[in-house]
Design a protein around this ligand. Structure first.
Ligand SMILES: CC(C)(COP(=O)(O)OP(=O)(O)OC[C@H]1O[C@@H](n2cnc3c(N)ncnc32)[C@H](O)[C@@H]1OP(=O)(O)O)[C@@H](O)C(=O)NCCC(=O)NCCS
Length: 124
C-alpha cells in the first residue's frame, strides 16, 4: 500500500498493556476501527458504522512509548458501504529508528440514516 500521511497516530501508555507488558491487541483494534472510519468519512460525510472487520493478524508487538501510525486506503465503495484497508506501523521508542509493521486489516463500514438504516452514498 502506498504510504501517504497516516490518518491517525497514537502513543500507548502503561494502561494499554497486557500482563506481559506489551500493548493489548484490543487497544490497537479500537484505533484501527477509528482510523478506518476516518478514511470512510473521506467518501461522504455520513454516519458510518462498522459491519465487518476481516482477518486481522498481529505480526509484531507494540511497546509503551512507541509511536503507532495508522495508514488507510479506500478499497471499494458500494451502494451503502465502504471497504477500507488499514496498515499499522510502530516507530520504536528505544531510539533504534526502526519502523515495524504491526498489523493489517480490512474493514467494511455502512452509512446509516437517522433511523439507523443503510443509506446510499452519493456518487462523486
Ligand atoms: C450495518 C447494518 C445496519 C447493516 O444491516 P444489513 O441488514 O446487513 O444491511 P444490508 O443487507 O442492506 O447491507 C448494507 C451494506 O452492508 C454490506 N454488508 C452487510 N453485511 C456485511 C458483511 N458481513 N461484510 C461486508 N459487508 C457487509 C452489504 O453488502 C451492503 O453494502 P452495499 O450497499 O454497499 O452493497 C446492521 O448490520 C447493523 O446495525 N450492524 C451493527 C453495526 C454496529 O453497531 N457496529 C458497531 C459495532 S458494535
Amino acid at each position: 500500500m502506498k504510504q501517504n500521511e497516516p490518518v491517525l497516530r497514537s502513543m500507548p501508555m502503561p494502561k494499554d498493556t497486557n500482563r506481559f507488558g506489551t500493548v493489548f491487541g484490543g487497544v490497537i483494534l479500537s484505533q484501527i476501527d477509528i482510523a478506518g472510519a476516518l478514511e470512510a468519512r473521506k467518501t461522504a460525510v455520513l454516519n458510518f458504522v462498522t459491519v465487518a472487520m476481516d482477518k486481522v493478524v498481529f505480526t509484531n508487538p507494540v511497546y509503551v512509548g512507541d509511536v503507532v501510525s495508522f495508514y488507510t486506503k479506500t478499497i471499494s465503495i458500494g451502494d451503502t458501504s465502504v471497504k477500507v484497508k488499514v496498515e499499522v506501523k510502530a516507530d520504536r521508542y528505544d531510539g533504534s529508528g526502526k519502523n515495524i509493521p504491526v498489523t493489517k486489516a480490512e474493514i467494511t463500514y455502512v452509512a446509516l440514516d437517522d433511523n439507523k438504516q443503510p443509506v446510499s452514498i452519493p456518487k462523486k
